[in-house]
Ligand binder design. Structure first.
Ligand SMILES: [Zn+2]
Ligand SMILES: [Zn+2]
Length: 76
């Protein structure tokens, strides 16, 4: 029995939002509001992220924590 994945960031705020994506680096469940999608071109710049374990064509989603950690200067 697999439970429905919930957004971790919403859960931290006491909300109960269904996850629509998963962070590629930490596996955190993310809702539409919290999932951060990056275009493939960004990942082709040689960032030392573990994206190479993923097959080509998959969407890349990050949580805000990993976004701030992996992508320098990407903070809003
Ligand atoms: Zn959320
Ligand atoms: Zn993450």
């Amino acid at each position: 029995m697999i439970a429905m994945l919930k957004c971790y960031e919403c859960a931290e705020n006491g909300a109960n939002e269904e996850a629509v994506a998963v962070c590629i680096t930490c596996g955190m469940g993310l809702c539409m509001e919290h999932a951060i999608r990056y275009d493939l071109s960004i990942w082709e710049g040689g960032y030392p992220a573990p994206v190479k374990i993923l097959k080509k064509g998959l969407p890349r989603f990050l949580c805000s924590y990993c976004r701030d950690t992996i992508i320098p200067g990407a903070c809003e």
